[in-house]
Design a binder for this molecule. Structure first.
Ligand code: ASP
Length: 344
């Protein structure tokens, strides 16, 4: 009997050690020991030449209010135990329905004077994804992107087919004129006049894009989801589609690494697979989300000449919002924390 005490003591220590991780999931990464918050949500409303000098107080207030409203909607879903998929969808819809952003209502115009919209959605748990490109009648393209993920065998549907699919899924359709705002119409006229003078389509002109919206969320179940929605670039032709509906460029999510949404000069984001590259750096190089996102935006893209930014969120709720432009509409919320920013 006496000899059994050391064995029992060892067993007690062993069970104690086994028990701790399951009660308190703590994981060690490069940045130190981290514990995920209950939830986290991060958004962007586009990157560009957004400076205090070219902003009125009134406009700034309107942007801040809308970004706060979008965060509020997403945060409430997450706080109440809702999914990151629902938080991303509803948050993006707030911004799609606002004329302030280049997505949904307020989207920029094509050379032909219409609005062609792109959106994508990715689930970090399953790596399933859905996207629509070049759609002209879907009121909230993010709903169509999510439906492609959830209700089709495909990842990317474009044009008339995407519209037909979304209509069959019961998603609201509108006349193309619904998306029109005078501000974006004027930008098209300016872009065309400048193009006639210089022969340059000047996609880098800050007036001609920016205002794409995106969201990444982490729910209480630990699932990451990302989504992006845009009107693309002013004066675009030939059914040009940018990075926003391209999985790995405009949007990416993987529960093992991070969720990312991009905004900026789409051609560069496609060529440098920006959203995937951030995730890959975390997976292969064991970089933390801030290092990975900043390296891709401030080094890889800057060296290539690509302008823009991303929002990125890891499974621990760490947020990164790097951009290499003057400003980016952005913000995040976690339990007890809310941040909305515009300038550098
Ligand atoms: N990335 C978008 C596109 O190239 C535009 C933007 O984010 O401003 O279509």
């Amino acid at each position: 009997m006496k000899n059994q005490y050391p064995i029992l003591f060892a067993l007690f220590l062993f069970l104690g050690a086994c028990n701790t991780p399951s009660q308190e999931p703590i994981t060690t990464v490069k940045a130190g020991v981290q514990k995920a918050p209950a939830y986290a949500i991060v958004i962007h409303g586009g990157a560009g030449t957004i400076t205090k000098a070219n902003m009125t107080d009134e406009k700034e207030k309107a942007y801040r209010e809308k970004l706060n409203e979008a965060l509020e909607v997403g945060e409430n879903i997450l706080k109440n135990g809702g999914t990151s998929a629902d938080a991303v969808t509803q948050t993006i819809m707030i911004m799609e329905n606002s004329p302030l952003f280049n997505s949904g209502k307020g989207a920029v115009f094509t050379n032909a004077g219409i609005n062609e919209l792109d959106a994508s959605f990715m689930d970090g748990k399953t790596l399933n994804a859905g996207a629509v490109g070049g759609v002209t009648n879907i009121k909230n393209p993010i709903l169509a992107a999510r439906a492609v993920l959830e209700k089709s065998e495909h990842v990317l549907l474009t044009g008339k087919g995407a519209e037909q699919f979304s209509e069959e899924m019961g998603i609201e359709q509108v006349d193309n004129s619904y998306f029109r705002t005078e501000r974006r119409w004027e930008s098209l006229q300016k872009a065309k006049a400048a193009e006639q003078k210089t022969g340059d389509i000047s996609y880098d002109n800050p007036d001609y894009k920016f205002g794409t919206v995106g969201c990444a969320a982490l729910d209480k179940q630990g699932n990451l989801v990302a989504g992006t929605s845009t009107g693309g670039m002013t004066n675009k032709r030939y059914n040009r589609i940018g990075d926003s509906p391209i999985i790995g460029a405009g949007t990416y999510a993987n529960n093992n690494t991070c969720a990312v949404s991009s905004t900026g000069h789409g051609e560069y984001f496609i060529r440098y697979a920006v959203a995937f590259d951030i995730s890959a750096r975390m997976a292969y190089l064991k970089e933390d989300v801030a290092t990975a996102a900043s390296t891709v935006i401030n080094k890889t893209l800057v060296e290539a000449g690509g302008t823009g930014g991303v929002i990125a969120l890891d499974k621990f709720g760490n947020v990164a919002m790097p951009f290499n432009t003057a400003g980016m509409y952005r913000g995040y919320a976690k339990p007890g924390e809310r941040v909305v920013k515009i300038y550098k």
